[in-house]
Design a protein around this ligand. Structure first.
Ligand code: 13P
Length: 252
């Protein structure tokens, strides 16, 4: 049985004081809910504050980051290392989000290095894959996603790959209010699982969690969660309001 995982990607939103309020208010609404991993991924600068709040109120949420560098330290101006994340008890890290690929030139090779580094530092990578609107219209969704999965997981060994979470986020569905249909998302999730079977084996593939992301809301989450290969959601907009995020967790 794969445990459900709902992760909130706050992107470049909220200051530390707002982050603290959001986490406390969300917790008030979801306390006592079991059986789903809840992750919050604030901007780097909010991580120390969120850590304090999680500890102070014994909040059972996982702390995630939105990106990291693959090296532990060095001359990489503006970057944050896995060791720094670990210092604050970060357990999850989003890797290869389409916004990073699109606006910051992140390649599949960089994604792969980050995935390997995260795993070696005992961080759970949430590796994002997904096609653009043009790729979808040209009928390339499957090729694009398969290539991203294969390249992102290059040289990731079977004994650790179970810890990876794969987030299928079609780019055209992100922040547009136009989510993929649950059936279309399921088709891609099932394809990802086939690829994982090919690279590793069926048992391993069955253990890896796959999320859907892109305009997930309280209105559509149940459709996604009822699909056999979708184990959770990576949520942007609806994760920065306590009411909607709490509803998503409850419905999951
Ligand atoms: P939205 O939920 O705002 O569409 O964002 C999805 C996303 O990019 C999560 O990583």
């Amino acid at each position: 049985m794969r445990k459900k995982i709902i992760a909130g990607n706050w992107k470049m939103n909220l200051t530390p004081d707002q982050a603290s309020t959001l986490v406390r208010e969300t917790w008030e609404e979801i306390q006592g809910i079991d059986g789903v991993d809840v992750v919050v991924c604030p901007p780097f600068i909010c991580i120390p504050t969120v850590r304090e709040i999680l500890d102070e109120y014994s909040i059972n949420m996982h702390l995630g980051a939105q990106n990291m560098h693959w090296e532990e330290s060095g001359a990489y101006t503006g970057e944050i290392s896995p060791v720094m994340l670990k210092f604050y008890g970060v357990s999850h890290v989003i890797i290869g989000h389409s916004e990073r690929r699109q606006y910051f030139g992140e390649t599949d090779q960089a994604v792969n290095r980050k995935v390997l580094s995260a795993l070696s530092h005992d961080l759970t990578p949430i590796m994002c894959v997904g096609e653009s609107l043009k790729e979808r219209d040209d009928g390339h969704t499957k090729d694009v996603v398969v290539a991203q999965v294969k390249r992102g997981l290059f040289e990731v060994m079977k004994d650790v790959v179970r810890r990876v979470v794969i987030a299928y986020e079609p780019i055209w569905a992100i922040g547009t209010g136009k989510a993929a249909s649950a059936e279309d998302a399921q088709e891609v999730a099932s394809l990802i699982r086939e690829v994982l079977s090919e690279i590793y084996d069926e048992d391993t593939s069955r253990e890896i969690r796959i999320q859907y992301g892109g305009s997930v809301s309280p209105e559509n989450i149940s459709d996604f969660m009822s699909m056999p290969d979708i184990d959770g959601a990576l949520v942007g907009g609806a994760s920065i309001k306590s009411e909607s995020y709490a509803t998503l967790v409850r419905l999951a």
